[in-house]
Design a protein around this ligand. Structure first.
Ligand SMILES: Cc1cc2nc3c(=O)[nH]c(=O)nc-3n(C[C@H](O)[C@H](O)[C@H](O)COP(=O)(O)OP(=O)(O)OC[C@H]3O[C@@H](n4cnc5c(N)ncnc54)[C@H](O)[C@@H]3O)c2cc1C
Length: 296
């Protein structure tokens, strides 16, 4: 296959307003949204996009491009904000370090200059690097169509590989991510073949500390299940427990035993399982340390 040519014919539209974009999604069939194109164009070139008649570029819609802290102190990320801008954003670095780290760990600079968090979510790959931090920070995914708008908790957004809870006529407009509580520490750890590669396995931890005790803990992993995996019960199991090195080792073993990854692209399921435990240990230690905690 010669991937230099786009053999498929399609119409290209570039609405200037959100209303116009929602009209197109409501009225036309087989519309695919173009944000950064780093997944979409690859699929187009590898013939994996048979059902696209219209490519709708959303990059001229002003309402979608921003990133700010709103009046409640929550982080708002627009659907077309580029990963390379977000990873360098000082508010995100300071208050959401796991998200900033995940964005920095994605792909190469040139890909990150194009790619968006909205595209990462809508592509719904089990490896999606921004999914874990978003789930652990309690992000809400904002969707809009001609019928109205709604938000979905990031932990409920992914259904299976390539499939999300968004409807065909809905545009992902952005994310609202609550301000983390004081004494929260977070970390993202990823293992890939090389720095710019997709994850062989990744983990996020967001932990709130009260003295020497875990007040709350949210954990998520990438590349160990058919969709980004939120480890609700294992995280909740840490709540109210005094943090020790032994507790971290026990939790890391629990995570290793719990996940059921598959082997693919030269990575065996056994490797993913073993590494899950190791990166869980490192991630939990770092998150606890960043919350201001010490290890007994
Ligand atoms: C070389 C390379 C390396 C990569 N490495 C990584 C990596 O390390 N980690 C990682 O997670 N990913 C990686 N990716 C995948 C990709 O870069 C990310 O998933 C990226 O975030 C996709 O964003 P995008 O804006 O380019 O999406 P696009 O390609 O524009 O869109 C992706 C999908 O989402 C839909 N879509 C996009 N925006 C919206 C919206 N607002 N509303 C509704 N639907 C929408 C599109 O129609 C398409 O189906 C890599 C890709 C490449 C080519």
């Amino acid at each position: 296959m010669n991937t230099r040519f786009l053999e498929k014919e399609y119409d290209y539209v570039k609405p200037a307003t959100l209303d116009e974009a929602l009209d197109i999604l409501a009225e036309k069939e087989n519309v695919k949204v173009l944000a950064g194109g780093t997944d979409l164009i690859v699929k187009l070139k590898t013939d994996a996009l048979e059902d696209m008649d219209i490519m709708m570029d959303i990059n001229s819609i002003d309402e979608l491009c921003g990133c700010c802290i709103n009046a409640d102190g929550d982080l708002v990320i627009g659907a077309t904000a580029k990963i390379s801008h977000l990873e360098k954003n000082d508010d995100i670095k300071a208050a959401y370090p796991a998200l900033s780290e995940a964005m920095h760990a994605m792909a190469s600079v040139s890909v990150r200059n194009m790619a968006t968090m909205g595209g990462n979510f809508m592509n719904a790959s089990p490896v999606a690097d921004t999914a874990g931090p978003a789930m652990c920070y309690g992000a809400q995914v904002c969707l809009k169509s001609k019928k109205g708008e709604r938000t979905i908790d990031a932990t409920e957004f992914f259904l299976k590989p390539g499939v999300t809870a968004a409807e065909d006529d809905e545009l992902l407009t952005g994310f609202v991510i609550p301000k983390p509580a004081d004494n929260t520490g977070a970390a993202f750890v990823k293992i890939g073949r090389v720095k710019s590669d997709i994850a062989k396995v990744s983990i996020t931890a967001v932990m709130e500390r009260e003295g020497d005790t875990v007040k709350s803990c949210r954990l998520a992993m990438g590349s160990v299940a058919p969709k980004p995996l939120f480890l609700a019960d294992i995280g909740a199991g840490l709540e109210g427990q005094k943090m020790t090195e032994e507790l971290i080792m026990k939790t890391a073993d629990q995570i290793r035993d719990f996940v059921k990854p598959i082997g693919d692209h030269g990575t065996t399921a056994e490797y993913r399982k073993e590494m899950s435990g190791l990166i869980a240990r490192d991630c939990l230690m770092e998150a606890w340390k960043r919350s201001g905690g010490e290890l007994a």
